[in-house]
Design a protein around this ligand. Structure first.
Ligand code: PBG
Length: 342
């Protein structure tokens, strides 16, 4: 008789109650894992909902500070900032990106002044500042690499001067991590970290984000710098390269359609791996929930847990606040997020 077979072995014994399931759970979500993305706009006392991201808002800096207060009270350790730049301040070189009094720099200063413990990360790429909506400088219809990378290094130092804890380059230019690390070291910012968007795919799932920042590319697409969704070996190479160039954290983006990439990168490198649960993934769950086709909370928690299972250490997600709130509710008094017993 083989006692490791049915009926001696029954998988269902370990699924028989919430407490047993909790004891043998292989992965779990924690508020420690969350990075909350934030969109900041010029002006005062305004909060505008992003049409393709229901329940998610752009804030003027005064209101943003209240939002950040709430985020910190929920125990979320980190925010990732994106600034919406007015059209008249956009040009090909993204000049406004280096303005020490630009919206991004002012926001970082204000947040760090009020919430010194909060980890503030800043997006570094030219697209919100570019009249072409591209992540780099455009010359003869091409997105040129090396000049862009130098500019991104200056932009990073400017964010570090404003007080950013982590620089998050999302542009996919070659060699930029090395240049940024070098620039930060030379400027004395030894403790400013880099979270590199190492494997960022040319994805349709960024659509709602581009609505939020009005940053869609004016011509062409981003396929000469963002990755081909068909590739995984290349993602590992990009992550390894960024680790060698000095990235403290690497990121995979988007999230849900790329869980295999998260796992592969996690196994290939020795720095924390983060994943970006992007705007289109948020929009999908929201839209299905609005139609009554999915339970929003359950879909959200299942997706976030899937990132942990895939090997992610950190999750940038528009669901950060909602998920943090759910995680605060004592487990046995709340609805089982993954289905009732029985
Ligand atoms: C800009 C940037 C994008 C996102 C983060 N940084 C859009 C893009 O590359 O076009 C997408 C985030 C999201 O969709 O939630 N470089």
């Amino acid at each position: 008789m083989n006692y490791t077979q049915f009926p001696y072995s029954r998988g269902r014994r370990l699924r028989n109650s919430e407490n047993i399931r909790r004891m043998v759970s292989e992965n779990s979500l924690s508020v420690n894992d969350f990075i909350a993305p934030l969109f900041v706009i010029e002006g005062k006392n305004q909060k505008t909902e992003i049409p393709s991201m229901p329940g998610y808002f752009r804030f003027t800096l005064d209101l943003l500070l209240k939002e950040v207060d709430e985020i910190q009270s929920l125990g979320i350790p980190s925010v990732l900032l994106f600034a919406k730049v007015p059209d008249e301040k956009k040009d090909n070189e993204g000049t406004e990106a280096l303005n020490p009094d630009g919206l991004m720099q002012r926001s970082v200063r204000a947040i760090k002044q009020e919430f010194p413990e909060l980890v503030v990360m800043t997006d570094v790429a030219l697209d919100p500042y570019s009249s072409y909506g591209h992540d780099g400088i455009v010359k003869d219809g091409q997105i040129i690499n090396d000049e862009t990378a130098e500019l991104l290094a200056k932009m990073s130092v400017s964010h570090a001067e404003a007080g950013a804890d982590f620089i998050a380059p999302s542009d996919m230019m070659d060699g930029r991590i090395l240049l940024i690390r070098d620039a930060l070291e030379n400027a004395g910012f030894h403790h400013t970290g880099i979270m590199a968007y190492s494997a960022k795919y040319a994805s349709c799932y960024y659509g709602p984000f581009r609505d939020a920042l009005d940053s869609a590319p004016g011509f062409g697409d981003k396929k000469t710098y963002q990755m081909n969704p068909a590739n995984i070996t290349e993602a590992i190479k990009e992550a390894v390269t960024d680790e060698q160039e000095g990235a403290d954290i690497v990121m995979i983006k988007p999230g849900l359609p790329y869980l295999d990439v998260v796992r592969a990168v996690k196994e290939a490198i020795n720095v924390p791996v983060s994943v970006y649960n992007v705007s289109g993934e948020y929009a999908m769950i929201k839209a299905a929930a609005e139609k009554g086709w999915l339970n929003e909370e359950n879909a959200m928690m299942e997706a976030l847990l899937a990132f942990k299972r895939a090997g992610a250490d950190l999750i940038a997600t528009y669901f950060a606040k909602n998920a943090a709130r759910l995680l605060q509710t004592p487990l046995l008094s709340r609805r089982d997020p993954l289905g009732k017993r029985g």
